[in-house]
Design a protein around this ligand. Structure first.
Ligand SMILES: [Zn+2]
Length: 143
């Protein structure tokens, strides 16, 4: 849709909270959490991209574009750290780190073109899982 870009810009001008540094940082983090192309870690290369048996996916197809998760900075605890800062900054309330994650609130401070990265990152990092349409935060015990 060609009208998407100007609309996005308008929305971001309306809500000043979206220019708060922790919120901007979270969006940048989301952008950098994935690299272009399929995962080329030794395990994926050895398995020629076959991810059967993986607890968490390495490669993702987001709207037709293949990307891979950058492991070095996307453990569940890493994601939680930046998410908590952005959440506090945007909502003025601490993120509840157990139970249901309010995806509507989360999506509200994520740039529209980055929203498709949320679910893959939450799942791949093990920070949350989706159960019957609800996102449940999971206790972080390493990755
Ligand atoms: Zn891999």
């Amino acid at each position: 849709m060609t009208a998407e870009q100007p609309l996005t810009a308008d929305l971001f001008e309306v809500d000043k909270r979206l220019s708060l540094k922790p919120v901007v940082d979270f969006n940048t983090y989301l952008l950098n959490a994935f690299g272009d192309g399929a995962c080329r870690c030794s395990r994926c290369l050895a398995g020629t991209g076959e991810e059967a048996g993986y607890a968490h996916a390495h490669s993702f197809v987001l709207e037709g574009q293949t990307v891979h998760r950058r492991f070095a900075n996307t453990a569940g605890s890493d994601v939680l750290l930046v998410l908590k800062k952005a959440w506090l900054s945007y909502t003025k309330a601490e993120l509840t780190t157990v139970g249901t994650l309010d995806m509507d609130t989360l999506r509200a401070f994520v740039e529209p073109e980055l929203r498709k990265r949320l679910a893959p990152l939450l799942l791949a990092s093990g920070l949350a899982r989706e159960v019957e349409g609800q996102w449940l935060l999971q206790a972080q015990a390493g990755d």
